[in-house]
Design a protein around this ligand. Structure first.
Ligand code: UD1
Length: 418
């Protein structure tokens, strides 16, 4: 068990950079299964979730070499098509390996995925899509067994623009004999990164970034090198860390367009933000203003930023209303914030934040990745010392977060033990 110890109240000031995207890396690593050759990936964040994804690929027979952000994956020999349950339980995105295995071997066996406890997170849309593609799906003793002779080119209309289901269909259909169309597809930038990667390997995917994606099957893929896009949620987290402490930040290696709803809400809250091609400057006001936010699929305000912005708004003058439309159980961290002196009331999927009162450091526990990061932000702005326990959740998704915050002047250390 590890904990973060934070001595709060210091304005964050200076320059930082954004690491490679977690949510782009995971499907792209899974997509390496399709290559049947050697793929070089750059800018892969060194975090627990990418380690787990690589562990699954290794277990299936891939050879992996890792040198910090550079990873070489040799998928010439895939020996197995069953994802072990203990690895499957480690994280939800393991489910997209199923699409890659179906695409490559025409069969996959897996169990229900694990991951952060932020709601029910079913996989019905993934299963329904596989079935529409002609995959025979059976459930036996908690395992899901998939096999198919040939993927059937078809149009799949998603009931909800699920990111994972969109990725799974893209991966499963790369070698189909014909055209697969995804209607009501997720439009997240990570889907565009996956399309760009697949096309670099020789796939024929168009439309990512819009709500209709077309995948024209190809016979084979080739060996490539690919650099993962920057992490938009980490970018938003660092901007909010500067905003909540009344500081200023120059943030490098960022794609501002990917976080325009976050930039816009921080501007509404009174932050002065200047945007350049891969650079953002933010100067926080003396006092933040309250703003209302609704999470939505991209290009709406990202659910992964909900806990971070809610925490930031605890320091704003006035009452902010935050509506969480994507996951039903994503307000757990607010009870920890209230223990630090925040005034947040939850009514169904709405958080009512009465802001403006300084929080006070105490011992709090992370219960999911982004909720955990929110507790760090609270600690940075609070009076006195905050201990954030269960930081393993946070280490799943942020690369060297404490080092980046330290370089901005924060007093934060990662300590072993309870
Ligand atoms: C991905 C992201 C996660 C982000 C989420 C929404 C990765 C690795 N994770 O998760 O960080 O918070 O998108 O932007 O990229 N749903 C169903 N049935 C399904 C699939 C999803 O009901 O079969 C529901 C989910 O319960 C949720 C909503 O659809 O309420 C969105 O889920 P989805 O877009 O699939 O999220 P993930 O791909 O799991």
């Amino acid at each position: 068990m590890k904990s973060y110890i934070i001595d709060g109240g210091k304005k964050l000031e200076g320059e930082s950079y954004v690491s490679g995207s977690k949510n782009a890396s995971l499907p792209i690593i899974a997509a390496c299964i399709l290559s049947g050759g050697v793929t070089k990936l750059y800018n892969v964040p060194d975090i627990h979730d990418t380690k787990m994804m690589l562990e699954i690929l290794k277990n299936l027979g891939c050879k992996i070499k890792r040198n910090s952000g550079k990873i070489i994956i040799d998928s010439k020999k895939i020996k197995k098509y069953e994802i072990p349950e203990h690895l499957m339980r480690q994280m939800r995105s393991s489910v997209i390996i199923a699409g890659a295995l179906i695409g490559r071997l025409k069969k996959a066996t897996f169990s229900y995925p694990g991951g952060c406890d932020i709601g029910a997170r079913p996989i019905d849309l993934h299963i329904k899509a596989f079935k529409e593609m002609g995959v025979n799906v059976e459930e036996e003793a908690g395992k899901i067994l998939c096999n198919v002779d040939e993927i059937k080119p078809t149009k799949i209309q998603l009931d909800f623009p699920s990111v994972g289901a969109t990725e799974n269909i893209m991966l499963a259909s790369v070698f189909s004999k014909g055209e697969t169309i995804i209607g009501n597809a997720a439009m997240e930038p990570e889907i565009v990164d996956l399309q760009n990667f697949l096309n670099r390997m020789g796939a024929k995917v168009t439309g990512a970034g819009t709500n209709e994606i077309k995948i024209e099957g190809v016979y084979k893929l080739k060996d490539v090198s690919y650099k993962i896009m920057p992490d938009r949620i980490e970018a938003g987290t660092l901007l909010c860390a500067a905003a909540i402490t009344g500081g200023s930040i120059k943030l490098k290696n960022v794609i501002p367009e990917h976080i325009s709803p976050v930039i816009s809400k921080l501007q509404d809250a009174g932050c002065n933000i200047q945007v350049y091609e891969h650079l953002i400057y933010l100067v926080a006001p003396k006092k933040l203003k309250a703003v209302d936010i609704k999470t939505m699929p991209y290009p709406g305000f990202p659910t992964d930023m909900q806990s971070i912005i809610t925490t930031t708004l605890c320091q704003a003058k006035g009452t902010s209303i935050i509506i969480e439309n994507i996951f039903e159980n994503r307000f757990k961290y607010t009870s920890e914030l209230n223990r630090m002196g925040a005034k947040i009331t939850i009514e169904g999927k709405t958080a009512i934040v009465k802001g403006g009162k300084k929080m006070v450091g105490t011992i709090v526990e992370a219960s999911d990745l982004r909720g955990g990061a929110a507790l760090i932000l609270a600690g940075l702005s609070a009076k006195g010392r905050t201990k954030v326990k269960n930081v393993e959740y946070i280490l799943r998704g942020y690369e060297h977060l404490e080092n980046k915050l330290q370089s901005l002047g924060a007093k934060i250390t990662l300590e072993e033990g309870e």
